[in-house]
Ligand binder design. Structure first.
Ligand code: SF4
Length: 379
């Protein structure tokens, strides 16, 4: 039985809101961060699980002062063990060598940098605070400080970007001696300024076919340059897959601390209140911080497992699925769904060479382009 369990801590503070962002984040305030971290520290005292990974995400975790970072990381000391993956997200504008040194001293062993682009114009179009020079410096500084597992996030498909520009960015990204690159296509989420700008025709989104071409190029260029494509958006040097995220895609449990964070424990999913001040207030008044809770049925858990696991390159192995969920994979789906997806060339069957039986399914190249369609067909 798989016993891996992740810990996620949400740091919701950012210098300013990026134009495309629909994550929960608020304007940085020194006073609020102090109160927030003291609540997180108290919550950590109540936890005793043997976590396989810790992920501090945001927001912008690197925006915390050196002192608050020290307090938070010290509060996590009891969870540190030799084989744990301990990740922190950072943004280029708020990185400094003292912070990186502190992270390393406190056991952080993977750093994930929100680079997004090496092009000033594109960074501006995204509303990022940093510039291209800072992005490159952030990578070099992480390596120089001693991080041996450096990941960067990149975005493609920004208005006015063309295939050649994305190819140049990928080349630059791959030339850094780093271990992991996540590439996300820009999406226009309803609550964002970018969405409204598109509605008002202030910006023109790039053509779907160009977007698909950019992704197809990514799927061939990065593997040709040493990065395995192991999940829809994730590419890594061998052995540097993000274990915390693999845990999500295996639909394993996780504890989420902080405003808007989600937990998934013993088949129950719960979501914390989004508003940061309310989160602090509720905690201090001993009121529940949970605003949504659902106990999933065994069938729903199985379907969700299918929906997330299909994102990984090796797809779903039927034996693994049965062992994990107790269900035969093909029994949980509507009749004909798999054949339909296979006929549309979105997924392929894994066939046992000796018996010619189906042993599993995986996304095709076209399936990677439409992974959300495939995932939703399983739910
Ligand atoms: S830094 Fe990240 S979390 Fe903060 S506003 Fe920008 S995209 Fe959103």
């Amino acid at each position: 039985m798989d016993t891996r369990i992740g810990l996620y801590i949400h740091i919701p503070f950012c210098r300013q809101k990026c134009l495309y962002c629909d994550f929960y984040s608020v304007q940085y305030s020194e006073n609020l961060t102090g109160l927030y971290i003291s609540v997180i520290l108290k919550q950590l005292q109540g936890l005793s699980q043997d976590f396989s990974s810790i992920y501090i995400g945001g927001g912008t975790p690197s925006i915390l002062s050196l002192d608050l970072s020290d307090k938070l990381l010290s509060g996590l000391k009891k969870f540190i063990k030799p084989d744990i993956e301990f990740v922190i997200e950072v943004n280029p504008e708020s990185m400094a060598s003292e912070k990186l040194k502190l992270f390393l001293d406190k056991g952080v062993n993977r750093i994930s940098i929100g680079v997004q682009s090496f092009d000033d114009k594109k960074l501006k179009a995204l509303g990022r605070v940093h510039n291209a020079k800072q992005a490159a410096q952030a990578i070099e500084l992480s390596k120089k400080s001693g991080f041996k597992n450096v990941s960067i996030d990149m975005i493609f498909g920004v208005a006015e970007e063309n295939l050649k520009a994305w190819q140049d960015e990928l080349k630059k990204a791959a030339e850094f001696d780093i271990q992991h690159i996540s590439c996300y296509s820009l999406s226009y989420e309803k609550s964002t300024p970018l969405f409204r700008m598109r509605e008002k025709k202030e910006i023109a989104p790039i053509d779907d076919e160009v977007m698909a071409e950019m992704y197809r190029y990514t799927m061939s260029y990065l593997p040709d340059n040493g990065f395995n494509h192991y999940e829809v958006s994730s590419f890594s040097k061998p052995g540097f897959e993000c274990r915390h995220n693999l845990n999500y895609w295996d639909n394993n449990p996780y504890v989420g601390l902080g405003s808007s964070a989600v937990s998934y424990i013993d088949g129950t999913r719960s979501e914390n209140v989004r508003d940061t001040e309310e989160y602090i207030d509720r905690y201090e008044k001993d009121a529940s911080i949970i605003v949504y809770k659902e106990k999933l049925s065994a069938l729903k858990m199985a379907k969700e497992t299918a929906g997330v696991k299909i994102r990984v390159k090796q797809g779903i192995d039927y034996d693994w699925f049965k062992n994990k969920t107790g269900f035969d994979f093909e029994d949980i789906l509507e009749k004909g769904v798999l054949d339909e997806l296979s006929k549309d060339n979105l997924l392929e069957y894994k066939i046992d060479k000796a018996t010619r039986e189906r042993r599993g399914i995986m996304l095709t190249e076209k399936g990677f382009l439409f992974s959300d369609t495939v995932s939703s067909a399983f739910l």
